[in-house]
Design a protein around this ligand. Structure first.
Ligand SMILES: Nc1nc2c(ncn2[C@@H]2O[C@H](COP(=O)(O)OP(=O)(O)OP(=O)(O)O)[C@@H](O)[C@H]2O)c(=O)[nH]1
Length: 207
């Protein structure tokens, strides 16, 4: 299995949390980013962080930071494009990008493997992670060769990740939600208490 290039999407404004960087929020005593890097790093050939503004605030994580081309906050697709273009210029043009938002602390260890398998089985171009019957469109495996199409789609005003994915053959790979939903994400202040509780469980189970 050829490992994908990993991209953590941390380019948003976290408005529902009052601003700041969701990836720097500590859950169970550790930043979400540290948790993600631990889980995603071994699954990827290389790992990058997509974020806007002063990159030095992420220096302690030791990842190269790739900004959106324009700091206009066009949404997650702008981050996926930055990641695809970076990957295309540093890795073979046939490589894949695995995108994961910076607000999902508990992604599964078999994320890359199962997305690769689901995509091959379905003969699809894009594989998306799903749980509880819901697709998590920002958690997806993309061929970086779609960068040109994505650039054009953004220029045409496409902002929905699901809208861009729907243009291609795609498949959703389902994960169980027990003992916890691996795609639980932190969006609102009230999600923080749940994240703390989940971290206690996830830390015991994650080996
Ligand atoms: N590169 C980039 N990523 C973004 C942008 N907007 C959102 N994201 C990322 O996309 C993922 C899903 O984002 P949302 O939860 O919808 O947005 P958010 O900014 O994190 O939070 P809200 O402002 O509260 O919606 C997160 O990983 C964000 O960091 C953007 O304009 N550029």
């Amino acid at each position: 299995m050829t490992k994908p290039v990993g991209l953590i999407l941390a380019g948003g404004l976290a408005r529902r949390l009052g601003g700041g960087d969701k990836g720097l929020i500590e859950i169970g005593g550790r930043p979400i980013l540290a948790r993600l890097i631990e889980r995603l790093g071994p699954q990827c050939a290389a790992l990058f962080l997509n974020a806007n503004g002063d990159a030095s605030r992420f220096a302690r994580f030791g990842l190269s930071v790739i900004a959106d081309e324009r700091e206009e906050f066009a949404g997650p697709l702008a981050g996926v494009l930055a990641g695809m273009e970076h990957a295309a210029s540093h890795f073979p043009s046939t490589c894949d990008l695995l995108s994961v938002p910076a607000d999902t602390p508990f992604i599964p260890n078999d994320l890359a493997a199962r997305l690769i398998e689901a995509r091959a089985d379905a003969g699809a171009r894009i594989a998306v992670a799903a749980s509880a019957g819901r697709a998590h469109h920002a958690v997806a495996l993309w061929p970086v060769s779609l960068a040109g199409d994505l650039r054009q789609a953004l220029a045409d005003g496409e902002r929905r990740v699901s809208g861009f994915i729907a243009r291609y053959e795609n498949v959703a790979a389902q994960w169980p939600t027990t003992p916890y939903d691996p795609f639980f994400n932190v969006n609102r202040p009230e999600d923080l208490a749940e994240a703390e509780a989940l971290a206690r469980e996830a830390d015991v189970l994650f080996q």
